[in-house]
Ligand binder design. Structure first.
Ligand SMILES: O=P(O)(O)OC[C@H]1O[C@H](O[C@H]2O[C@H](CO)[C@@H](O)[C@H](O)[C@H]2O)[C@H](O)[C@@H](O)[C@@H]1O
Length: 388
């Protein structure tokens, strides 16, 4: 992520997924074991033509990469810098930015005017959207007030969670049977059985018992990568165990390498170790999240595609009387915002208290504003029902 000037507004710009060519750092560490999985050319697999070799240019990019790590989860008042002037600049930049991405609360009437007579479908990210960002990912609990707001909203609107976490983990954290769940950035998606469609005849779709007691279709386009993901997980654990504060999380079809609690002077080390492992796995790619490096298969699937598939499963796709609303805070949520914008359908709402370049239409500052927005939707729906 870079800080750049855009229309006189300083915005944070997420960089493209960090391909191997952009982060090829000279290797000092062998991979735990050579890549073991091979893949037939499947529908969703894109295999890079060749594995790039490290070059001087790539070495320079280590600095760029570490800079991106530094700015990947900025704090509202730039506490890291702690200059009063920086804070003033940030506030004025935010005021300019929010004119372009108005608050979904102050624009609530505009949103609901457009929603009148339409079926609203809600898509929610978890970390940073329903739960505040905390140092330890294991402690990212949503408040009971938020849980009840989500439960209430799901009584009126079809609602789905689309998270980078594993589907089981995010279900455990939220614990609401009223929702649909997609984990691993949409690569593990449970859909209702009733609206099976052609996509579900694909081999990526399996049926099995799900915790909710129903038997939804499971769409898992990255299932072939499971062995390789588990192999890399073990390898990452081993190669980062001496880096104090680092944490590797297995999200089933993707992995997270957290560095929020790692001393900044060791960020180069963690970047290098991760790269040294990944350069042996050309089917995996690396992206930046909020103080986290995310590793996932190179397949043509993301949260945006998951939104489309869920809409299809729910029989809501391609309908003018449907208004999808997606709320998220992260780079991976941009894929969903983009889908809504490209289809000219629905609203993306970015949760951010700092200016960021985004494809969203509206903004909310933090999870507490998300909760107010959800509660307002319930009140609005009740008022509509009373009018009918
Ligand atoms: O798509 P999401 O539901 O937003 O998941 C994205 C990642 O979220 C989690 O990490 C982030 O939140 C943690 C808890 O607040 C924080 O400690 C971490 O720094 C953030 O990056 C989760 O742990 C990751 O696995 C998800 O990929």
């Amino acid at each position: 992520m870079d800080l750049k000037q855009n229309n006189n507004t300083a915005v944070l710009v997420d960089q493209a997924p960090v391909s191997k060519s952009r982060l090829a750092i000279s290797s000092s560490l062998p991979a735990c074991s050579p890549p073991s999985a091979t893949f037939s050319s499947g529908l969703y697999l894109t295999i890079p033509k060749k594995i790039p070799t490290p070059s001087k240019f790539d070495e320079i990019n280590l600095g760029v990469f570490v800079d991106a790590m530094k700015s990947s989860s900025p704090r509202k008042n730039h506490e890291d810098i702690n200059f009063e002037d920086a804070s003033k600049d940030t506030n004025s930049a935010y005021r300019t930015w929010v004119k372009k991405y108005p608050s979904a609360l102050t624009s609530f009437e505009q949103i609901t005017n457009y929603a009148k007579g339409k079926k609203v479908a809600l898509f929610l990210d978890y970390d940073g959207t329903l739960s505040p960002i905390v140092d330890n990912p294991d402690n990212a609990f949503m408040s009971s007030a938020m849980r009840s707001a989500v439960k209430d909203v799901a009584k009126f609107f079809p609602a789905a969670i689309i998270s980078g976490r594993s589907r089981d983990k995010v279900y455990e954290l939220i614990g609401l049977k009223e929702l649909f769940y997609a984990g691993s950035h949409g690569m593990d998606l449970a859909c209702p059985v009733k609206n099976s469609n052609s996509l579900f005849s694909h081999h990526s779709c399996i049926r099995r018992n799900y915790k909710q007691g129903k038997e939804p279709n499971l769409f898992q386009p990255a299932s072939k990568f499971l062995p390789i993901i588990n192999e890399v997980f073990k390898c990452l654990i081993d190669k980062t165990k001496d880096i104090k504060g680092s944490k590797v999380e297995n999200n089933k079809f993707c992995l997270s390498v957290h560095y929020r609690l790692v001393d900044e002077k060791n960020w180069t080390v963690i970047a290098q170790r991760v790269h040294d492992i990944l350069k042996n796995y050309p089917h995996l790619q690396l992206t930046h999240g909020r103080k986290v490096l995310e590793i996932r298969p190179i397949i043509d699937w993301n949260k945006g595609k998951a939104v489309n598939l869920l809409l299809e499963c729910l029989g809501l796709n391609g309908r003018d009387d449907v208004l999808p609303i997606y709320i998220g805070d992260d780079r991976t949520d941009e894929d969903a915002f983009k889908v809504l914008r490209e289809l000219n359908r629905g609203y993306g709402i970015l949760v951010s208290s700092v200016p960021k370049e985004t494809e969203a239409h509206y903004s909310l500052k933090d999870p507490s504003e998300v909760m107010v927005f959800l509660r307002s939707l319930v009140r609005w729906k009740n008022s509509q029902i009373a009018l009918d």
